[in-house]
Write a protein that binds this ligand. Structure first.
Ligand code: FAD
Ligand code: TPP
Ligand code: MG
Length: 573
């Protein structure tokens, strides 16, 4: 068979050779040649309802599977609709490939119909991007783009391909060998002396804490982290994106750190004499006031991206490289240690867990989001993949759903993109067809991308959707409550009847407003073959505790004032 192919065919042929089985996209003029060729290749195309959805689906696919997720769109508005999803993937180091059509190469720069300089627009929010105007460059560029997306610190890559490059033909030359790029060295190694310094600090430390970040899962170092922690008796704190990297039930796992982390975790960090930061980037949600952050602690930072070293927090030892590789070299130098005193101190700090824990509240007729999420956790045995949106419900999910497996919490941490959950869950489900997938979204964020319910219906996808409906843009309302004298500017939110809405799409819906109805609704949804949208009408002015106000000292948290009553509903007033 001749090796001559059109550029459009080469796009699919290279994607198939790269192992891509599913793409998320939306057609249009400049990508039409590629769409025409697609029909002849074994690729499942998921027609989205908005290109932002395609990028979040690719992102959800990548986060659930560890493989590169692929999204495709046309030029101009198709490409610009992808911007939010690309930035979301960039901030959370998620490997996605976005392919966009571009106007013909001769028309570039003429303000041609649907022309946008999308490589210019996405330059700061991609790990790398390419404009391809020569059919001979398509195969090698896609091969390189896939490599760049998944290697080193993963991230989004965009390949913009002109319409004429898609239409012209050439001899397909496929070179599957490793990509070598000048100036790009994803495989870094620290020196032996640096390893020894790190080991000495660990062996001498009396009050160390391991920070398990997103990099633990990205590098597949879960077992090694636990092994080190157990041998040296070091407690572990997780970032939001590190959740799942260490089993929630493990006795050394204290829980989440930071703005809405567990109070005792933040207190332990402030008292620690050594922090071992594993694949995390000291986000401002994690550190609070940098001037008073972990004042007594030496710091060891292991990260694949040296640009993260000393960016926010000055560290004593920085070990560059893939966490799993670094730990293979470091762990043999670490002595087993008995840190009973430190572990007891932390255990005592845990004493006031009930201050935040509203599980103990008797059923007082109020439905709290925490109850809904705790019930989802209990009934799914903690085994579901939960994809959250952004806001209060996201934090309650992190607090009340206890994840024991990696890649089972999928959430937009760095960009905090509302509208992420529903499309990302579609991607996660297609990456893991046998998994039970749940969306936990707010009434605000759900309305940003709920058109993707039509995608769910068309593709016959089964997920469970819990809308935590508090009638507010709750997280912003919470800031207004604390810092703007309860002046609720533009946060009260009217919503459609979500259950009826689901039915309009041919899906199932349910409305739940009492605590007793939560469990039966969850169980019924799980046994329904259709996607079910559950409208949980919860306490309207409930608040996420504890909270470190932005920029405040990490240990100066706002705590839940008392156990009962928590807050009156708007209806009670
Ligand atoms: C409303 C809201 C509230 C939030 N509150 C909190 C909070 O209370 N606590 C909290 O923790 N977060 C919170 N966040 C999330 C926060 O903004 C950050 O997204 C999060 O802290 C980042 O976690 P991370 O550093 O582990 O992951 P990432 O930002 O994904 O960073 C991963 C790091 O790992 C490195 N890495 C990647 N691959 C490897 C590898 N193979 N080997 C070694 N290193 C690798 C990367 O270079 C990077 O430095 C909140 C977000 C929102 C939207
Ligand atoms: C696209 C986008 N716009 C605005 C924001 C700012 N924001 C953060 S949380 C939030 C409120 C979310 O409300 P809802 O989805 O109802 O969730 P809740 O906090 O009530 O659980 C807003 C507006 C954002 N994160 N993303
Ligand atoms: Mg809300």
């Amino acid at each position: 068979m001749s090796n001559v192919r059109t550029g459009a065919q080469i796009i699919w042929e290279t994607l198939v050779r790269e192992g891509v089985k599913t793409v998320f996209g939306y057609p249009g003029g400049a990508i039409l040649p590629a769409y025409d060729a697609m029909l002849d290749y074994p690729v499942r195309h998921v027609l989205v309802r908005h290109e932002q959805g395609a990028t979040h689906m690719a992102d959800g696919y990548a986060r659930a599977s560890g493989e590169v997720g692929v999204a495709i769109a046309t030029s101009g508005p198709g490409a610009t609709n992808m911007v939010t999803g690309i930035a979301t993937a960039m901030l959370d180091s998620s490997p996605i490939l976005c392919i966009t059509g571009q106007v013909g190469s001769r028309a570039i720069g003429t303000d041609a119909f649907q022309e946008t300089d999308v490589t210019g627009v996405t330059l700061p929010i991609t790990k790398h991007n390419y404009l391809v105007s020569d059919v001979d460059d398509i195969a090698s560029t896609i091969h390189e783009a896939m490599y760049v997306a998944r290697s080193g610190r993963p991230g989004p890559v965009l390949v913009d391909i002109t319409k004429d490059a898609q239409q012209l033909s050439t001899e397909l030359e496929w070179d599957p060998s490793d990509v070598k790029l000048p100036g790009y060295a994803p495989d870094l190694r620290a020196t032996e002396a640096e390893y020894q310094r790190a080991a000495d600090l660990i062996n001498r430390a009396k009050r160390p804490v391991i920070f398990a970040g997103h990099g633990v899962m990205l590098s597949g170092a879960m077992g090694q982290v636990l092994d080190l922690a157990e041998r040296a008796n070091i407690p572990i704190a997780m970032t939001l994106l590190g959740i799942g990297g260490v089993p929630a039930q493990h006795p050394l796992n204290m829980g989440m750190m930071g703005m809405h982390g567990e109070a005792w975790v933040n207190e332990a960090i402030q008292e620690a004499d050594l922090l071992l930061a594993f694949g995390m980037r000291f986000d401002d949600r994690v550190t609070g006031n940098l001037k008073t952050y972990a004042p007594n602690a030496r710091k060891i930072h292991i990260d694949i991206d040296p640009a993260e070293f000393n960016k926010n927090v000055k560290v004593d030892v920085a070990l560059a490289g893939d966490l799993s590789m670094v730990l293979s070299d470091l762990s043999p130098l670490v002595e087993s240690g008995d840190r009973t005193d430190w572990l007891h101190t932390i255990h005592d700090m845990k004493g006031d867990v009930a201050v935040r824990d509203i599980q103990n509240l008797p059923d007082n007729g109020h439905l709290y989001a925490a109850h809904v999420i705790n019930d989802i956790w209990r009934i799914t045995n903690g085994k579901a993949i939960v994809v959250t949106d952004v806001g209060q419900h996201q934090m309650w999910e992190a607090q009340y759903y206890r994840h024991n497996e990696p890649r089972t919490l999928i959430t937009s941490g760095g960009l905090g993109t509302m509208g992420f959950a529903l499309p990302a869950a579609i991607g996660a489900k297609l990456a893991n067809p046998d998994a039970e997938v749940w969306v936990v979204a707010g009434d605000g964020g759900f309305q940003m991308t709920m058109a993707e319910l039509a995608t769910i219906a068309q593709e016959n996808i089964k997920i469970n959707v819990a809308v935590i409906n508090n009638g507010y843009l709750g997280m912003v309302r919470q800031w207004q409550e604390f810092f703007y004298e309860r002046r609720y500017a533009a946060t009260p939110l009217l919503s459609p009847d979500f259950a009826k809405l689901a039915e309009c799409f041919g899906l199932a819906g349910a409305t739940i407003n009492t605590r007793a109805d939560v469990e039966p609704a969850i169980s019924k949804a799980r046994s329904d073959e259709r996607t079910v949208v559950m409208d949980f009408q919860v306490e309207q002015e409930d608040t996420v505790y504890p909270m470190v106000p932005a920029g405040a000292d990490l240990h100066k948290m706002i705590r839940r004032p008392s156990l009962a009553p928590i807050v009156e509903t708007a209806d009670d007033e």
